[in-house]
Design a protein around this ligand. Structure first.
Ligand SMILES: *Cc1c(COP(=O)(O)O)cnc(C)c1O
Length: 470
């Protein structure tokens, strides 16, 4: 048996209907360098989705590899309760300087960061005698991870439905994604309507609400839905007015993905300064996509709410691998990379602006494609909504695209009818052309395939329209 077959026997793959692996077996990747993966048959595959949005500087990036290797010779892992170590101290200090928040609390994945932020928020109100403030607000299409607490504030039906009885009820408010505007409603009016809906909800429910959680600027799992930073300015104002925390889930959008180091920094308040959330959740790019690590940063006010002689007033949450030294060293190497300038005096964000302009020009044919209904771009994220029939049976458009793209040497995972790329920041001009050409070729081939299918009404719309490539 080859690796792929053995994997189907032994490994339960994430976000996957395992039965479908009979038709589309998992690809076994045996090496990876830069943006390229190599499978066990020697095929090269361009990682156009940064291995699920985590990879920043390509695979095998030397500074990260060297940092981890060096740390392995010092301290591999120790518990963080009652002990500490240099990498976690230094990382926490530097994340504090970069965000203006602090008191970094660590876990190993994004969903755990969401859980920590939700628990910390509600617990901090309770410690202040406001135990009634324990409800949460999420946005339509919001995604914050798939543990039970995180799923409670996630609005992706495909992920939620089976677990609905396990989840805590939370309010889901309209998303400022302009595509959700009702017919005849302008994007500006839709934005205002979303702000008004939040204001109205808070006016009625602030006394029982701990926090609103949202993905600043790009709702990734909703299909790279983008919104105006003005919404975040309004969220800050309304949260202040109503004494509700704002949790910025920067797990996917942090570390330069939207063009600034953190996405919320593009929201400039009335005082001319970028708004600051009460909590920031980080993961994915935090270690450059090499080690599992997440962090939650918060305000002095939240931290102070736990400062007490009584143990039970402390934040007694923990994970065995909290603050893993190897992962922290990887994260420090990432921060060093963002701080460095090249021979031309450019830093990562400036180089990304140049690369993005170049790639954007290459994707012009895609924007003009007759079947592209809408396109979006921010920083290092591009998305195109495709006009696809949804009256066909599975495999879905997204599944067909994934399969055809692999055969063409591209790793893509469309979300429903949205084709997107979120590449590592290290595509060469040749890689960019390969990706842009490949997108167009694969799209045309799959559209021809789907157009030729017989009508089939059995596929629930929810799956056809919103299924992340499952
Ligand atoms: C990926 C993601 C998460 C969950 O992170 P995991 O590490 O997969 O648990 C949470 N929020 C957002 C916005 C994400 O993109």
């Amino acid at each position: 048996m080859n690796w792929s077959e053995r994997s189907r026997q032994a490994v339960w793959h994430p976000c996957t209907q395992m039965k479908q692996h009979a038709q589309l077996p998992p690809r076994a990747i045996v090496s990876a360098e830069g943006p390229w993966l190599v499978d066990d048959a020697g095929h090269r595959i361009l990682d156009a989705v940064s291995s699920w949005w985590v990879n920043l500087f390509g695979h095998g990036f030397a500074p990260i590899r060297e940092a981890i290797t060096d740390q392995l010779g010092r301290v591999d892992h120790i518990m963080l309760a009652g002990l500490t170590h240099p990498p976690v101290v230094e990382l926490s200090e530097r994340l504090g300087q970069l965000t203006g928040l602090g008191h970094a609390f660590y876990a190993s994945d994004g969903a755990s960061a969401t859980e920590i932020a939700l628990k910390m928020s509600a617990h901090s109100w309770r410690n202040r005698g406001l135990g009634c403030k324990h409800r949460f607000i999420g946005l339509e299409g919001g995604y914050h991870g798939e543990t039970a607490g995180a799923l409670s504030v996630t609005d992706i039906p495909l992920f939620r439905e089976a677990y609905a009885p396990l989840l805590r009820l939370s309010a889901t408010l309209p998303s400022p994604d302009p595509r959700r505007a009702a017919p005849g409603v302008s994007p500006e009016q839709h934005l205002q309507d979303c702000i008004d809906a939040l204001a109205a909800h808070l006016a009625e429910h602030a006394h029982e609400t701990a926090a609103i959680i949202l993905e600043p600027l790009v709702q990734g799992a909703a299909g790279m839905a983008m919104h105006d930073p003005a919404y975040l300015v309004a969220v800050r104002r309304l949260c202040d007015q109503h004494q509700v925390h704002w949790i910025a889930d920067e797990i996917a959008v942090g570390f330069g993905r939207t063009g600034t180091l953190f996405a919320h920094q593009q929201a400039i308040g009335p005082d001319g300064v970028a708004v600051k959330p009460d909590f920031i959740c980080l993961s994915k790019g935090l270690t450059g996509g090499v080690m599992p690590l997440s962090a939650v940063l918060t305000t002095d006010a939240v931290f102070q709410a736990f400062w007490d002689d009584r143990t039970v007033h402390g934040f007694l949450h923990s994970h065995s691998y909290t603050g893993n030294p190897l992962a922290c060293r990887a994260a420090l190497a990432v921060l060093d990379t963002f701080a460095a300038r090249d021979a031309q005096g450019l830093d990562v964000l400036a180089r990304n602006r140049e690369a993005a302009a170049h790639f954007h020009a290459l994707t012009e044919p895609l924007r003009r494609h007759p079947r592209v209904k809408a396109h979006r771009h921010i920083g290092m994220v591009w998305a195109w909504d495709i006009d696809v029939r949804s009256d066909t049976t599975e495999p879905t458009f997204a599944q067909r695209m994934h399969r055809a793209a692999l055969d063409a040497g591209l790793l893509l995972r469309p979300i429903g009818h949205t084709l997107y790329v979120m590449p590592p920041y290290v595509l060469s001009p040749d890689d960019q052309r390969f990706l842009a050409d490949g997108l167009l070729t694969v799209l045309d081939a799959v559209l021809a395939e789907v157009d030729a299918l017989p009508v089939h009404t059995a596929v629930p719309d929810a799956i056809a329209a919103t299924a992340p490539m499952a």
